[in-house]
Write a protein that binds this ligand. Structure first.
Ligand code: UDP
Length: 457
């Protein structure tokens, strides 16, 4: 049925990899709940959209497929980079066509997109409407991306040049003195700069200043002032709206517990903050040697542990490990991580420092032992240890038996661990306040909604 033509119709374009689509979907759902009079159309690839079907539906939020670009009969080798490559070849045509189809039925009034999808600016411009982008990570990571050209001028891009300067500080970017060149995401001065995603992110850094507003999944009072101040000089409007998961409805598709982690933890409830949780997010696969070292550390330390480990990497575990640790350890391919971290028995989190995991560590007051791998993970890690003092690096920077055992001992047994838990407790309150009725993130999201609705001053 045709909707009345004066009704606002917002299209939301999601980037279909790692935790990007769920973040965009949270946002779309939250806005749909807050504005039942506005129609929302969410666009992502069929695979992701399929996984959203377990959410309760909302009458004003519809979901549409865009082509994933995979050749017919493509068999996944489990390499995300390949799929990203195919997907980027199909963009922006796939989104443009899909948006055009809904626009013909119900005039689009605003384009909201993952910041990665910089071409949303062109799509919005063609339709004569505003573009609002959503950056799902930290303001710090956003800032280093936006300063890509400056960093390249200062540091260079030739690998000999860059490797000689890895330990230099990024103090020439406001608020970034605690980061070193080596903490940067790949694709800025190192890593394969000609990889299609990195070329696309460079283009993003040039386009974002033209967006009407950028929402950032962070908390004004935590992600810190000099960085946000700087972003506000570069961007039209920068609105911290995190942690989005606290703003979103509680029931989520990833919250089910098919491998019975919660009953297993419940049996440990008598011993608060005693269990180590291990999880490296949806994309990272640590090298086999590090997985083996981590397993040895868990075995020798004698702690109880819950490990989210993809089935195809189980072969990296030492022979007999699962048998020898049965009862004391549970290794499963997927956990309802938020609920796991929220369980009283869990006291340490061995993590890659994905931003969602970081926000969950704060929300549920579980300090981290970190081993970052790529993307913004090293930046997140530095914020945790250097700025907030709520996590420790695995000694030596890679997973070794001694390094992990030390970290576990520090977080689970020593007073440093207790102090970190106290500091996180304070941050948790800040985060909760931010998403409370009059909190900064709630206010910013309301401002964003006004802009998206087209009713902002
Ligand atoms: N997650 C989960 N169970 C798992 C592994 C991951 O629920 O077994 C969730 C986790 O709670 C987080 C997200 O997946 O919300 C991973 O996001 P993050 O930003 O930490 O890492 P990424 O996957 O983007 O590298």
């Amino acid at each position: 049925a045709m909707a009345p033509s004066n009704k606002a119709h917002v299209v939301v374009l999601a980037f279909p990899f790692s935790s990007h689509p769920s973040a965009l979907f949270f946002l779309a759902r939250k806005l749909s709940e807050w504005a039942p009079d506005v129609a929302f159309s969410f666009f992502c690839t069929p695979k992701t959209n399929g996984s959203l079907s377990s959410w309760p539906t909302l009458p004003n939020l519809r979901i549409y497929d865009v082509a994933d670009g995979l050749p017919e009969g493509h068999v996944s080798k489990g390499r995300v980079d390949d799929e990203v490559e195919f997907f980027l070849v199909a963009t922006p045509g796939n989104y443009r066509e899909a948006v055009k189809r809904v626009d013909e039925i119900e005039k689009v009034s605003c384009v909201v997109s993952d910041a990665f999808l910089w071409f949303a600016r062109e799509i919005a411009e063609e339709m004569g409407v505003a573009w609002v982008a959503f950056w799902i990570a930290t303001a710090c990571a956003l800032s280093v991306h936006l300063n890509t050209d400056l960093i390249r001028r200062k540091i260079g891009t030739r690998s000999e040049e860059v490797s000689a300067r890895m330990d230099e500080s990024l103090a020439f970017i406001p608020g970034c003195s605690q980061f070193r060149v080596r903490d940067l995401p790949e694709g800025i001065v190192f890593g394969p700069l000609d990889f299609s995603l990195f070329k696309s992110l460079h283009k993003m850094s040039q386009e974002l200043p033209r967006a009407t507003a950028i929402l950032v999944n962070t908390i004004e009072e935590i992600d810190y002032d000099p960085v946000l101040d700087h972003l506000r000089t570069v961007l039209n409007k920068c609105l911290p709206v995190g942690p989005l998961t606290l703003l979103a409805p509680t029931r989520r598709d990833c919250d089910s517990d098919p491998h019975s982690c919660l009953p297993w933890l419940e049996a440990r409830a008598h011993d608060p903050a005693s269990v180590a949780y291990v999880g490296f997010g949806t994309v990272v696969v640590p090298p086999p040697s590090e997985l083996a070292a981590l397993a040895e550390a868990l075995e020798e330390s004698g702690v109880h542990f819950l490990w989210s480990l993809k089935d195809n990497t189980r072969e990296s575990l030492p022979a007999g490990f699962l048998d020898r640790t049965r009862g004391r350890g549970l290794v499963v391919p997927w956990t309802p991580q938020s609920r796991v971290l929220g369980h009283v028995a869990v006291g340490a989190f061995i993590s890659h420092c994905g931003w969602n995991s970081v926000l969950e560590s704060i929300t549920f007051v579980v300090p981290m032992i970190y081993r970052p791998f790529f993307s913004d993970q090293r930046i997140n890690a530095r914020i945790l240890s250097q700025v907030l003092g709520i996590a420790v690096e695995v000694k030596g920077g890679v997973l070794t038996k001694d390094g992990v055992m030390d970290g576990l001992d520090l977080l689970l047994k020593r007073k440093e661990g207790k102090e970190m838990r106290e500091r996180i407790g304070a941050l948790k309150l800040i985060a909760k306040n931010a998403v409370g009725e009059t909190g900064s993130s709630t206010k910013n999201l309301k401002t964003a909604l006004e802009i998206i609705r087209g009713s902002a001053a």
